[in-house]
Design a protein around this ligand. Structure first.
Ligand code: SF4
Length: 304
């Protein structure tokens, strides 16, 4: 049975939608089905491009995966693994990815094998810059494993741990919303939800992902919005920034999220079937600066 392309909302989707409508079309519609090697060549090409990662994102992804592998071993008093061993394991996995990507293996297995934007677009990246990327990832992991937060997590009683799915979602006014949460635990009657950030200290705080985390928590566990703290943990500095939203702030964010989903639906020919209008309706980004890091550069009519 064919997999249906159902509409869902996420912060990433909103960001791509605001950045470039054509990119949004490529990412969420035109690449659909491209996982099948027998798909139409353009669909397949867009799917391969969609799955590329920049080296910065790739580094962050590896740190997330390493933390995700370590945390469950601590539940119930498990001893912490040696930080250096975890870092070396992660670096070994990054080296494997790098080799695969350099050999363009991702073109055959776009979802399973890492594909780096820098290789696909043959960017001139010096060895020293690749090393900096790996060092940045290893440092982020070391910062986390040496942090007070990590110590606190180890000290949590097993029943304070809350299960978090990798792809957490909830429904708001009939819209399926995906959120990124990395860890959650009870703190007395309250709940703390964490997201690991790679050097996001300079990024302006955005209430939308925060609201997403809080709405997810309220839907999943018996708590009020005021009882949920969403914490961004900066893997570069080890700083943790807990934030909360009151009921009024949360209502405002719900409206923002619904408006964003509404705007997206204006570009659908059939919203119920999530069927888009023709490609030309999805305009190219006005600001060409957006193109510099766009995965779809080589498929985009502006540059083809
Ligand atoms: S290359 Fe530029 S115009 Fe084309 S899809 Fe990407 S961001 Fe949009």
């Amino acid at each position: 049975m064919a997999v249906k392309n159902e509409f869902s909302w996420s912060k990433t989707r909103d960001e791509i939608f605001r950045e470039c409508l054509r990119k949004y079309y490529f990412h969420y519609y035109a690449s659909w089905g491209g996982w099948d090697p027998a798909a139409a060549p353009r669909t397949r090409q867009l799917y391969v491009l969609k799955n590329l990662q920049t080296r910065a994102r790739w580094a962050g992804d590896h740190v997330h995966r390493a933390i995700r592998a370590v945390l469950p071993t601590l539940r119930g008093g498990g001893s912490a693994p040696a930080a250096e061993a975890v870092a070396q394991q992660m670096l070994a996995a990054m080296r494997l990815d790098f080799r695969d990507s350099q050999q363009r293996r991702y073109r055959q297995y776009p979802k399973k094998v890492c594909g780096l934007f820098e290789h696909e677009y043959e960017l001139n990246v010096a060895d020293e810059q690749w090393k900096q990327t790996a060092d940045h990832a290893a440092n982020g992991l070391r910062v986390f494993l040496a942090s007070d937060l990590f110590r606190n997590i180890r000290a949590l009683p097993p029943d304070a741990w809350l299960e978090v799915e990798e792809l957490a979602s909830f429904t708001l006014s009939g819209i399926k919303v995906y959120v990124q949460l990395d860890f959650a635990h009870r703190a007395g009657p309250d709940i703390a939800i964490y997201a690991w950030k790679m050097g996001g200290a300079n990024a302006a705080p955005n209430d939308l992902p925060l609201a997403g985390c809080i709405l997810y928590a309220v839907a999943r566990w018996p708590v009020t919005p005021e009882q949920v703290a969403a914490v961004e943990f900066d893997l570069a500095s080890g700083a943790a920034a807990p934030r909360r939203l009151d009921a009024a702030g949360l209502e405002e964010m719900k409206d923002t999220l619904r408006d964003s989903a509404d705007e997206m639906s204006f570009l659908l020919e059939d919203p119920a079937a999530n069927r888009p209008q023709p490609e030309e309706v999805f305009e190219l980004a006005e600001d060409e600066a957006a193109c510099r890091r766009c995965n779809f550069l080589k498929a985009c009519p502006r540059w083809a």
